[in-house]
Write a protein that binds this ligand. Structure first.
Ligand code: BGC
Length: 330
């Protein structure tokens, strides 16, 4: 009799325990379901790759376009994206930013090839640590960068040479402004221009000056070029603000020359429309940024990526040999 009572009591206890357990499991599942609904896809939203872009000059409009293209593409792929660069063009600072970037171990780094052994050494150090480095705008030949995205600068320089020679009727002296003598992109543009001008016996490159990608310096260098070579027929600017700097100079001197530019900053487009700048070769910085990220995404997915991806160059302006209006044209 006593045992039976105990058995019944034990059964009731066991039943109660099982009931509580089942209720606990049901409510835990319900809670988990509610949390999952509140944070849909949160697991995928955690950025899996951190990409750093180091520019030649932080607020230069051309570099801001590369940043914009890269940032938008990085957002699309759920990548974490950081942009940095020297306040004013400074290759040493650019390299020290690259060194700091490597130390922070990102998934990949996008840089402009600054030219020189120290740049190669740093890119190779990153590659040896398993951090892919991609070059944009200017390549770093001979380094272990993963790939290059940007213009075909040799072809662009040759194209500029043909356009200048055509506009100048194959005669006269030309002054050239380069953003920096170090970067491969500027070196190649100059090489291309020289090779074409050399095929015109009555044409000559009078001088090549450096603007440090500054409009003010481009203007000062143009004034000094014109003082040293008063018969200069044309000025070619090889970085985004050089054409506008050359225009500032000829305006100040109240003279007129054939001016050739690169890129399509708003003021450059306006000057081309007004015929103050003969023409400009327009690069695609937005596309450079987005292509660099897209190819990195492919690379992370295990796909093969091309060694070089050239973005297009578009001509804006007058490619005829019509002379500029106004007095003072030589
Ligand atoms: C060049 C860049 C330079 C930029 C800004 C572009 O034409 O390709 O190397 O940084 O101009 O001046």
């Amino acid at each position: 009799m006593f045992n039976r009572r105990w058995s019944i009591a034990l059964l009731i206890l066991l039943g109660g325990f099982l009931y509580t357990l089942v209720q606990f499991i049901i409510s835990t599942n319900r809670l988990q379901h509610q949390v999952d609904n509140l944070l849909p896809g949160q697991a995928q939203a955690v950025p899996s790759h951190r990409i750093m872009l180091i520019s030649q000059e932080l607020d230069n409009p051309y570099w801001r376009s590369i940043e914009q293209g890269a940032r938008a593409a990085a957002g699309k792929y759920g990548m974490d994206f950081e942009y940095t660069g020297p306040l004013r063009i400074n290759p040493e600072e650019q390299l020290s930013l690259l060194e700091q970037a490597i130390a922070s171990r990102p998934s990949a780094i996008i840089v402009q090839g600054t030219g020189g052994a120290d740049s190669k050494e740093l890119i190779d150090r990153a590659a040896a640590l398993g951090i892919p480095v991609v070059t944009v705008d200017a390549d770093e030949p001979g380094s272990h960068r993963l790939f290059y995205v940007g213009s075909d600068n040799l072809t662009a320089g040759e194209e500029m040479g043909r356009l200048v020679a055509e506009a100048a009727d194959g005669k006269g002296t030309v002054g050239v402004l380069v953003g920096t003598a170090r970067a491969d992109s500027q070196r190649l543009r100059l090489e291309g221009l020289r090779s074409i001008i050399a095929s015109y016996p009555e044409m000559k490159i009078a001088d090549v000056r450096t603007s440090d990608i500054s409009r003010l310096q481009a203007s000062e260098q143009t004034r000094s070029l014109l003082a040293a070579h008063p018969d200069l027929k044309a000025v070619v600017g090889f970085s985004a603000l050089d054409g506008l700097g050359a225009l500032d100079a000829v305006r100040q001197l109240k003279t007129n020359r054939l001016l050739f530019a690169f890129d399509d900053l708003d003021e450059t487009k306006e000057a081309v429309q007004k015929g103050l700048i003969k023409l400009t070769l327009v690069q695609q910085p937005l596309e450079m940024g987005s292509t660099a990220i897209t190819l990195l995404h492919d690379y992370f997915q295990g796909k093969s990526v091309p060694d070089v991806s050239y973005t297009t160059i578009r001509l804006l302006g007058d490619s005829s040999n019509a002379k500029p209006d106004g007095e003072g044209a030589p």
